[in-house]
Design a protein around this ligand. Structure first.
Ligand SMILES: [Fe+2]
Length: 419
């Protein structure tokens, strides 16, 4: 297992044990409310090989007989509710905490469909007893805040359809995930961003993680996280999550790299990566970011007044994200059309580096999110911590193991596609 002691891998034996113990407790407390027996069974294909499941199929069933509850391995096609589909799609849904909020389950479903397609997960049946539905929703939240991302980068990227993006990122220094979020979520984020900027009376703002739930969810976007893992290794931390609104006129950020204070030659591995979210369609006229493909291989910043003629505008539809890394040369384009460009800049650093924003970690923030949010706030590594015996050896060993597995699988991704 690739987890800290308080975390779980989706549908591993410890995950099942925790689900059983939660259900036993909740059902006992609600026995008088529950209308009667209910059951649920799930079966997901293409589980990561390191879990060692037969045929890489992860299946489990829970049943309440009116007195006690069982939760065990195995599929029951006759259960009241049956969920089937792809393991990685199910894991993405399983990491979403907070589905007891009105509309949250539907929003979760919408984003999973956006990333994996409408057939990736299929549900049959339903429970009419609202108390039984409450138990299942609470189970989802309880497990979601403990369930880690699939640690197998090769397997995860394959199931997310990102192998080509990782290769492109290595070669060009950037890659685009088109329509990585739904148009509805993009609109919600745009409205919330403009509100935050207006409330503050500014045109750019950091600490967007602390501006509301939509930003917490976007911070953990699973496909962007896979590019970050492939570029910066596991344990990458938030450097800054910022927002910018930009009206018509010339770009105000000239050609530069994001390696402030780093002396050249730059290392041959990435220290920083930035995902820029387009909350409207990006065209040349809207003043997109321009990038110089392959400029990360120059291993230096542009010289004063140095001109480039090989920059390209990043054109992409609303809800897309461009991720660029390894000190790629880039600048903000001129906006020649009316209206505003509203962007979110998701800047991450390799875990060994300091951040631009001070981190604010509170227990409630961690409680309403998956472990991924804690990882990017430095909760899972050994930096800035002191255990009674000195170093936090548990976190050191955990991150070392994740780094090794990630590096091995990234080499396989690049090796397999070079042939
Ligand atoms: Fe930049």
């Amino acid at each position: 297992m690739y987890t800290l002691p308080h975390q779980l891998e989706f549908l591993s034996d410890p995950w099942l044990d925790e689900a059983r113990s939660f259900l036993t407790r909740e059902v006992a407390a609600r026995r008088d409310e529950l209308a009667g027996p209910f059951s649920l069974s799930e079966r997901f294909t293409d589980a990561p090989p390191h879990l060692g499941l037969p045929d890489d199929v992860a299946a489990w069933s829970l049943a309440y007989d009116g007195a006690s509850v069982t939760a065990k391995r195995g599929f029951d096609a006759a259960a009241d509710v049956v969920v089937e589909g792809d393991y990685q799609a199910a894991l993405t849904s399983a990491q979403r905490v907070g589905i007891t909020v009105a509309g949250a389950a539907e929003a979760m479903w919408r984003e999973v469909v956006q990333q994996f397609g409408k057939d990736a997960l299929r549900i049959r049946g339903q429970l009419d007893d609202r108390h039984a539905n409450t138990v299942l929703a609470l189970l989802h939240n309880h497990m979601g805040r403990r369930t880690v991302e699939n640690p197998d980068l090769l397997h995860r990227a394959t199931r997310q359809g990102l192998l080509g993006n990782i290769v492109e990122m290595e070669e060009q220094g950037y890659t685009v995930l088109e329509r990585a979020i739904s148009p509805e979520f993009a609109d919600e984020l745009r409205d919330a961003t403009l509100r935050a900027l207006s409330e503050q009376g500014v045109t750019s703002l950091r600490w967007m993680l602390y501006q509301g739930r939509p930003f917490e969810l976007l911070a953990q976007h699973p496909q962007l996280m896979t590019l970050i893992d492939a570029s910066l290794g596991r344990g990458a931390v938030i450097a800054s999550l910022s927002a910018i609104r930009k009206g018509p006129g010339p770009g105000t950020i000239p050609l530069h790299t994001d390696y402030a204070h780093v002396p050249p030659p730059y290392p041959e591995w990435a220290m920083t990566g930035v995902g820029v979210w387009a909350l409207e369609d990006w065209t040349v006229a809207s003043g997109p970011t321009w990038m110089v493909p392959g400029s990360h291989r120059r291993r230096r910043p542009p010289r004063p007044a140095e001109d480039v003629d090989d920059g390209v505008p990043i054109e992409m539809p609303k809800g897309s994200v461009v991720f660029f890394t390894e000190a790629l040369w880039h600048w903000q384009g001129d906006r020649t059309e009316p209206g505003e460009r509203v962007t979110l800049h998701w800047h991450f650093n390799r875990g060994i580096l300091r951040s631009l924003e001070p981190k604010k970690v509170d227990g409630q923030l961690l409680h309403r999110n998956s472990p991924r949010l804690g990882e990017m706030l430095g909760e899972d590594d050994w930096f800035d911590k002191m255990a009674g015996i000195g170093r936090d050896h548990v976190r050191f060993a955990h991150m070392q193991q994740l780094h090794a597995f990630t590096a091995k699988q990234k080499a396989r991704i690049l090796g397999a596609t070079e042939t």
